[in-house]
Design a protein around this ligand. Structure first.
Ligand code: SF4
Length: 500
């Protein structure tokens, strides 16, 4: 239950983590505004996408300063820290680690030199050709050193792997150093087609804010307008919180540059849309709009479809707080069975700094959830959740509801069984740990101790998003990966922690 820093985790059951998102990114170009505070609030709205570390870089046109640390946005920044970040451009990041461990060195934005100054880069997603990029950085280093020796200069390596960071973002930062004769825009346009995997980048040099998205648009990224500037954010909810109006998505395969000359759009690749369907199921905020669809509406519809596909006689539909709520509402509406709150979540327990005692630790999910016994006793319950990873949370939940007097417990899940790992920025359990990898639905139901179990179908889930099937990634459910994967030895979270 305790994290290594002594704080409690945010999970209902820390040994059964839900899918972990791989970061939120935010950028703002707004002369005359307090850009660091705008970035702070933007990150606040994106905190659900990454809770391990947070950082903001700001430029005043002459230099870039970055402040970053481990922890939540509210723990990393205070007024004093934000006051040091003066200027008219800022990029911010909140991190959950995918490639590279959860360490201070891997916190973002990362800084690196460019031909004309400095670049600060924030990344949401995960690259799949990290090993190739590492080789490119090493080749670049050697080339530069050879050039320096040939010109009788002291060796000064711009792009270095000698740093202690071990994430794919630092490799991209190193490669953005580029050729001394190239602008940052030209270097980015040359580099980005060589990247494989998922990337929503927000980056800047001293004078320009940039945003770019992989050709599949796996992770969301949107552009907004302030009265006196521009904002880019992982989700539209990040625009709303700073009062920016939504302009449009950053298109898959597009690079945007914003400076005093206005906004310029470049294409570095053709769009081959394959947006992550899990953003609609669980990852994004319900008040976010992705490719024209409000996430909350998609989740309610998933609940409706679930009721059509897996009906059962019961007295009450209850959600697993809070991510199961919209689908439970949809299930109740469609089935005509009343919706109710059977579980109360202790929202603040994850924020304590106190190391739990052994007695508290053994309480498991009871530390986070408490059943409403009067509501549950004697009832046939339908319990709606968004996904099952290892199954430990749902097993504890079923036990807790039985102890509270439930007559029957029917578990309904608003996503299909998760059977495959994600290489595009979401950290599930390993394939061996996924309960649906080895067991069929009847076995999983027995393992949870439920009276029945029903998952939405892949078609039902896709239909609820109103996105064309061939424009979504569904790999963790179907094993069909839309972006080619390298061999297993060139993949993995800790790849860059291994010796070269
Ligand atoms: S594998 Fe699953 S979680 Fe990963 S991008 Fe595809 S749909 Fe999203």
């Amino acid at each position: 239950m305790a994290r290594s820093d002594g704080r409690l985790s945010h999970e209902l059951d820390p040994h059964d983590k839900g899918p972990q998102d791989a970061c939120g990114v935010f950028g703002v170009w707004a002369p005359g505004e307090d850009v660091a505070k705008l970035a702070y609030y933007g990150l606040y709205a994106l905190q659900h996408r990454g809770q391990e570390s947070a950082g903001i870089a700001a430029s005043n046109g002459r230099q870039i300063l970055v402040y970053r640390d481990m922890g939540l946005v509210s723990q990393v920044f205070d007024e004093t820290a934000l006051e040091t970040l003066q200027g008219h451009i800022a990029v911010g990041h909140c991190r959950y680690s995918t490639t590279g461990g959860s360490t201070w060195e891997n916190a973002q934005p990362t800084l690196g030199p460019t031909a004309g100054g400095t670049v600060a880069l924030a990344h949401n997603g995960n690259l799949t050709n990290t090993a190739d990029l590492r080789d490119m950085v090493v080749d670049d280093q050697l080339l530069r050193e050879e050039r320096n020796i040939a010109h009788g200069r002291r060796s000064r390596t711009r792009a270095t792997l000698k740093s202690t960071s071990t994430n794919d973002t630092s490799l991209v930062t190193a490669l953005l150093a580029g050729d001394p004769d190239h602008t940052l825009t030209a270097t980015a346009l040359e580099l980005f087609p060589k990247l494989k995997g998922a990337f929503s980048f927000v980056f800047m040099d001293e004078n320009t804010l940039y945003a770019a998205r992989d050709p599949q648009g796996v992770r969301p990224l949107v552009l907004g307008r302030l009265e006196r500037g521009w904002v880019v954010a992982s989700e539209s909810a990040g625009l709303d919180i700073v009062g920016a109006s939504m302009v449009r998505e950053v298109e898959p395969g597009e690079l945007i540059a914003i400076d005093e000359d206005g906004l310029r759009s470049y294409r570095f690749a053709e769009t081959k849309r394959a947006g992550c369907v899990f953003e609609y199921v669980y990852l994004a905020r319900p008040d976010t709009t992705i490719n024209g669809k409000v996430v909350h509406t998609a989740r309610v519809q998933m609940g409706r479809v679930l009721a059509q596909e897996h009906p059962v006689e019961a007295d009450l539909v209850i959600p697993t707080p809070e991510s199961g709520t919209p689908a439970a509402v949809g299930y109740a509406e469609e089935s005509g069975i009343p919706f109710g709150q059977g579980l109360v979540k202790n929202s603040y327990v994850g924020r304590t700094f106190i190391q739990p005692s052994d007695t508290i630790r053994q309480l498991g999910i009871r530390l986070k959830l408490n059943p409403l016994r009067d509501v549950i006793r004697g009832k046939r319950l339908i319990v709606v959740d968004d996904s099952i990873v290892r199954g430990n949370t749902q097993r504890s939940l079923v036990r807790m509801l039985r102890e509270a007097g439930a007559a029957e417990i029917h578990v309904r899940i608003s996503s299909p069984p998760v059977k495959w790992p994600c290489f595009y920025g979401i950290d599930f359990a390993s394939r061996a740990e996924l309960i649906a990898n080895g067991l069929d639905t009847a076995d999983i139901c027995a393992s949870l101790g439920a009276d029945s179990l029903g998952y939405i179908s892949v078609d039902g889930m896709i239909g609820a998003t109103e996105q064309p099937r061939n424009q979504l990634c569904t790999a963790c459910f179907t094993g069909e990966y839309p972006i080619e994967l390298p061999s297993e030895d060139r993949l993995g979270k800790n790849l860059l922690e291994l010796p070269l």
